[in-house]
Write a new protein. Structure first.
Lengths: 199, 246
């Protein structure tokens, strides 16, 4: 085999390798784009459900009489939770939103227990209270599912961005090294479901 | 090819009737027939509506060992909904009925619902809760309670989503007569058994056997078998109610 043929052969092989590498890079880039868009979309679902619950909490509290006077601790718990959400939302603070998510959920559990389970004579609720509780419970279900889907999409993205050869260019072209999971707390993987069973 | 077509899931695939999946073996034949008939009618009447056509209501019964097990279905219900692809245009509603065995008897202990994205607009959770409380949750006769529950759900969907001009009130006497006189229709099972016997018979020709086998194999590969009904492609929103019998 003469030198020219050898050189030509090497160039062909190199060319093929470069094409394969190029296709792999393009494919990897597009996959990351799709996964990043998916993560953003799933986050938006959580955001919508949080906003809906926040509104419903306000409406629900308005149907309860005697809360501030006779159950100040729970009233403050609800007020603080709502304030935490509003602040986190205004500052686009994801960690703050995660914390506010848990606080609002726990606050509603306490309010339900106070109004329905404890049957405190100093606390009364309008008939609309139970309908709103159903709506909140439903939104809790939406949130649980939205969080789960979001965390799944984050897991897929985080795995994908570390794969070779994507990892080489991912950071260079502006992809995040990893996305943050929606983690409720150190010991909790999910907000405890609220038992709104009928009494 | 068959193995490539299979997909492992934790939860059983829908039955061929689709609208009722009595995995706990807790429902009577009459109740199951009522649910399937109403489900098929609802879908047939609404599937051609533009934008929100194709409503489906699917019932699943589940046997649990304790009440706390119901909480495991908090997210799983949405996975099941999406697996079953309930409702066209996201106009689906999934109803999970939970049963527990006590003293060799199956007792109803609670329900969870899950709505498609569009269904929850017409049948919000507050409405679902009101309907559940006034029907299945307040009637000691479960069979009548389920029938009433389904009837009221259908009423709201038809009047709110599809602008039906009217919808009859629940006729308890009529349903009682139906339950008392219902005779199961086994004609579909008879046909399947008849085809199988003919397939195995030495009197059927090779050509006849192929004409029976080829569609059957194709239906397994492409559609999961001979199904009567199937999901319209809907996705869960996660929204729904929870009720526990106390």
């Amino acid at each position: 085999m003469n030198k020219k043929t050898l050189t030509f052969g090497v160039l062909i092989v190199l060319g093929v390798l470069i094409v394969i590498f190029g296709i792999s890079m393009i494919s990897g880039y597009n996959t990351l784009v799709k996964q990043e868009v998916d993560v953003d979309g799933k986050f938006a679902n959580i955001d919508i459900a949080l906003a809906e619950r926040h509104t419903l909490i306000g409406q629900t509290v308005a149907t309860v009489t005697g809360l501030q006077e006779h159950a100040e601790d729970i009233y403050e718990m609800i007020t603080d939770a709502r304030a935490a959400y509003a602040e986190a939302k205004a500052n686009n603070d994801i960690e703050g939103l995660v914390e506010a998510d848990l606080l609002e959920s726990l606050a509603m559990s306490e309010l339900y227990a106070l109004v329905v389970v404890e049957d405190n004579p100093n606390i009364s609720a309008a008939p609309a209270f139970m309908q709103l509780i159903d709506s909140i419970s439903s939104t809790e279900g939406e949130l649980a599912y939205a969080r789960w889907l979001y965390n799944k999409s984050v897991e897929d993205y985080n795995k994908s961005v570390r794969l070779f050869p994507r990892v080489i260019f991912a950071n260079m072209v502006g992809f995040d090294k990893e996305k943050t999971f929606w983690l409720i707390g150190d010991e909790m993987t999910e907000v405890p479901p609220i038992d709104f069973g009928n009494d | 090819m068959i193995l490539v077509g299979c997909k492992s899931t934790d939860f059983p695939r829908p039955t061929r009737e689709f609208y009722v999946n009595d995995f706990a073996h807790a429902l009577t034949e009459a109740t199951k027939h009522n649910i399937v008939q109403k489900g098929e009618t609802l879908y047939d009447l609404t599937k051609d509506y533009e934008g929100n056509g194709g409503a489906q209501i699917v019932f699943i019964t589940i046997l649990v060992e304790s009440v706390t097990q119901i909480a495991e279905y908090n997210i799983k219900k949405s996975e099941i909904f999406t697996q079953y692809k309930i409702g066209k245009n996201d106009m689906g509603l999934l109803v999970l009925l939970f049963f527990m065995e006590e003293n060799e008897e199956l007792n109803y202990i609670g329900l969870l619902t899950d709505s498609g994205w569009q269904m929850k607009i017409y049948l919000p959770s507050s409405k679902q809760g009101q309907i559940a409380d006034s029907t299945i949750e307040s009637n000691p006769d479960l069979e009548m309670g389920i029938a009433h529950f389904l009837h009221e759900l259908l009423k709201v969907i038809c009047l709110e989503a599809y602008d039906f001009e009217e919808f009859d009130d629940f006729d308890e006497e009529g349903y009682q007569e139906y339950f008392d006189t219902y005779v199961p229709d086994d004609s579909y099972d008879d046909l399947s058994m008849g085809l199988l016997i003919y397939l195995l018979s030495p009197y059927s020709s090779i050509e006849d056997k192929l004409w029976i086998l080829i569609p059957f194999i194709l239906s397994i590969l492409l559609g999961g078998g001979f199904v009567i009904n199937k999901g319209g492609g809907g996705i869960s929103s996660g929204a729904g109610i929870f009720r526990r019998r106390r």
